[in-house]
Design a protein around this ligand. Sequence first.
Ligand code: FAD
Length: 395
Amino acid sequence: MSTRRADVAIVGGGLTGCAAAYYLARRGRSVVVLERGFVGAQSSGVNFGNLRLQGRYLPQLPLALRAQAMWEGLEAELGDSVEFVQAGHVHVALNAAQAQEIERHAVDCRPYGLEVEILDRRETIRRWPFLGAGVLAASWSPRDAVVNSRLVCPAFARAAIALGAAIVEEIEVTAIEHASGRFTLRTDRDLVVEAGCLINAAGAWAAPLARRFGEEAPVFPAGPVQMVTEPVPAFVAPVIHAVDGSILFRQTARGNVLVAGHPRVTVDAEGRRSRVPPAKMAVNMARLAAVAPHMRAHHIIRAWTGIEGYLPDMLPALGPSGTTPGLFHAFAFSGHGLQIGPAVGAVLAELIVDGGTPTPIAPFSIGRFREPVAADRDRLRHEFYDDVLDRRPSA
Ligand SMILES: Cc1cc2nc3c(=O)[nH]c(=O)nc-3n(C[C@H](O)[C@H](O)[C@H](O)COP(=O)(O)OP(=O)(O)OC[C@H]3O[C@@H](n4cnc5c(N)ncnc54)[C@H](O)[C@@H]3O)c2cc1C
């Protein structure tokens, strides 16, 4: 049995774990990341690639804007391509309530420094003439961007390794002891890791680790369905996204159109399997055809989903443990973890190295689950199929 000592041990080699490893290594800390499978093979490597600012929960905007500034320089910083394209994001309103919602949001996000332009139907159609008759208005957020998520984690991992971090794949953390201010991580291989700090970045699988330290988080897994069409002639640069998330799409440089939309489907988190019900593909295609009628004639060539962890208020658990000094939680990003990922990594490094962060993260404290969460089924119903909600743990 070999023992490895480090300043920080990280459970989970998704974007959260790899970005934290990179920013900690940049601050001179020794880091070991333990990943059960392969870096970025879960949510972090199969997602839509949307770096969306508009439509976010307002108190998350400081974190999101910090992240966007990091994304804008990330390829230069990491010395790697992540296929970053800053072509903006269009929220399309399909009814009067949604049109009001985008107008309100454009006002509300201005104090945070996010500028969003409201467009009436005429201007929306002038800019994106392929849009269907159901589009009433839109909001335009030019700083929003996309990346190829498959490339992001490996790029962070390579950069972290170059700075001295150790990233061990195909190793599962099976038990954690905590004594005399140090964490001892047992694994399913002949490696034990000892560290003064521990980051819980285990995605949809993070709740048992938190519970081990007396903290409850009612994480539930689900899969956002993604599909991609055959390549079609270029017709759209930004992401087009219905305000209620029922349909969104973007076109890649190769011409394929990536399509997604709520509700999210049931996944087998324990077995680490996720599948797309064929009926859901038909639902997404019908919605795509309503918003972009010319897409009706095109073929879907592939569909997939992934295993993402959600919390009932659709916000992550991010910040120091309330029970255990040296333990930090960063999990259940509830559909938004790619965009904020670099800033989450930097914040975790600040919490560990500086003892605090200038970025407000109080709303994401795991301590909010000390009280039972309010009934929320109606609010979540358009985002998840009923069977996902039926299987949730009670808080
Ligand atoms: C299909 C899909 C589309 C999405 N689209 C977007 C989008 O467009 N924009 C956006 O911002 N977000 C999006 N998201 C959300 C985003 O991908 C996630 O929030 C983010 O990737 C979470 O990163 P993570 O590192 O916290 O988790 P993960 O990537 O899930 O990584 C957690 C890792 O922990 C490992 N692990 C767990 N337990 C252990 C253990 N005991 N020992 C060792 N390793 C362990 C797992 O193997 C896993 O690799 C999407 C998610 C999905 C699934």
